[in-house]
Design a protein around this ligand. Sequence first.
Ligand code: WTA
Length: 651
Amino acid sequence: MSDSRRLPVPVPARVSEGAANEVRDMESYRAHYEAARDPAYWLEQAKQRIVWRSAPSVACRGDFSSVGEAPIHWFEDGQLNVTESCLDRHLDARGEQTAIIWEADEIGEGRSLSYRELHAEVARAANALAALGVKRGDTVIIYMGMVPEAAIAMLACARLGAVHSVVFGGFSAHALRDRIVDCRARVVISQDEGRRGGRSIPLKAVCDEALEGLEQVESLLVFRRTGAEVAWREGRDHDWASALAAQPDTHEAVAVGAEDPLFILYTSGSTGRPKGLMHSCGGYLSWVAYTHANTFDLREGDVFGCVADVGWITGHSYIVYGPLCNGTTTVMFESVPTYPDAGRYWDLVARHGITIFYTAPTAIRALAAHGDAPVRAHDLSSLRVLGTVGEPINPDAWWWYFEVVGQGRCTIVDTWWQTETGGHCITPFAAATPNKPGSASFPVPGIQLELRDEKGARLEGATQGHLCITHPWPGMARTVWGDHARYVDTYFSTHPGRYFTGDGCRRDEDGYLFITGRVDDVLNVAGHRLGTAEFEAVLVSDDAVSEAAVVGYPHEVKGQGVCAYLVLQAEAEASPALLDKLQAELRAEIGALAKADRFLVIPGLPKTRSGKVMRRILRKIAEGEFEAIGDVSTLADPGVVDAIKAIASES
Ligand code: WTA
């Protein structure tokens, strides 16, 4: 290891000098961490960072031992409208500053919106939605690609006190329909087609299929991105541009309670049905504003380039709400990292002068595989902070990001968090934290952690265990939409009185935290969360399949690959045609992101005598760790393991 790779990696001077936020060095980190144990710290933050119609006087109500009876509340007597923090308050000081840089799929076809323009568009969209009957508390589904209108639609809902639920544009009609039904939306916002990597995505057609026979949806508002010919249902479908053009560009924002829902975002868990996590207005906005400012050490003039999709929590928190609340110039990127070539991100950074760049390890690994030349071909001197999110980053990819992309002049923030947590919970602070590659380092102030063993005992010192959070924080999801019992059961029953993240975590002797990945049946494929049970439900619904078990295994680029074990019906044949059909079914039921990387047709699943599938064994075999399988004597049919091993080693 060369000298420059000595650990921990210090924060480069040009990043630590001139720190502009609360956490400016390790000393202030520790001071703020201590102060934030008191919920009153957050009351002050919320008052400073957010515009209130009526400022709150109480910080937190509730705790994790009684979350079943009394949901957690923050700032509950406060009244606000989130869009006044994100838009109105900036008009005087930064009305002409760019709010959103839209980088379209084809280079040169994008555009930017100033804060003033964004404010006017949101007002028009809010008026248009109101004309369709949308009012406070209503749910609206947004099924769009990466266009500014997606952010405008989100903000327009918030403006009315309505609750948006963005569904990632890669989900299938079936998945979209489930979500529309679950949140009882009467209005859907979509677009004719999406664009990604030079291809069109038929979003309107997918909507039409999802809405087939679903009388619940009264209006479908369609933004024309490509102008392609699309089917039109008179009475239900409305053209976005004409609906907005008919409206004034001012709108009186609806003041709501701090605990009113801001949005629902569906995510996968260890059971088959995705759950709609609900985030509320006051706590969520405080948390994303605080973490966006402190984690990246945001400065005046920064251009913030988060290349996630608004369909995921990263897009909600760090493309839309955090950056706009903080008055930042934020980027919306419609394309993919390799279009038209593997230099796309770096071209993006150079052309827009991006200072903070935020992406996922899977993209870093994929781009590192193209070598250094596409990076070196661009002027990346504007960069100061590089972020990662979504999955553990392996040290090789970390060093490539640090040395090649950052040229040793930028710091890296490996941010650990979840849809459930609203914003960052474990992360280096750009100005402060020396890094150990692969470690998300230390908890954010307000996040009190515990590592526990499987039996619930608290683990001390250097150790490894289940990652739990012991106290409420403002940004946490408050409930599962329409099913609080499921929320309590999913997050607070494994380790009673604690929020269990579902992740494993190792803590080293210096207190650095290394996320080891999910310990439940959730897969993380290229940074996308998918439940094994969702795959299995689709596979067993095929007539040829009798049983299915899906596990993840290490994958060089995607982090995790999907391995599907299949037990077929007696008369069925394991033909390539069958496997293609199953692949197509996964795509149709879940979406293009749900692809099995390997199918293994086996004679039977390894089960205990009581019929429980031993997933641990299937995982080991998928990982190729045949020797590490351990004792199989408790299986109903131990012989099946050798048969599976033989099949796996041939495939
Ligand atoms: C994983 C994404 C390691 C983790 C914001 C978590 C990470 C799940 C990291 C949440 C990281 C996210 N290091 N693992 N920096 N960030 N994860 O809900 O397993 O899509 O539980 O939220 O991603 O995924 P979600």
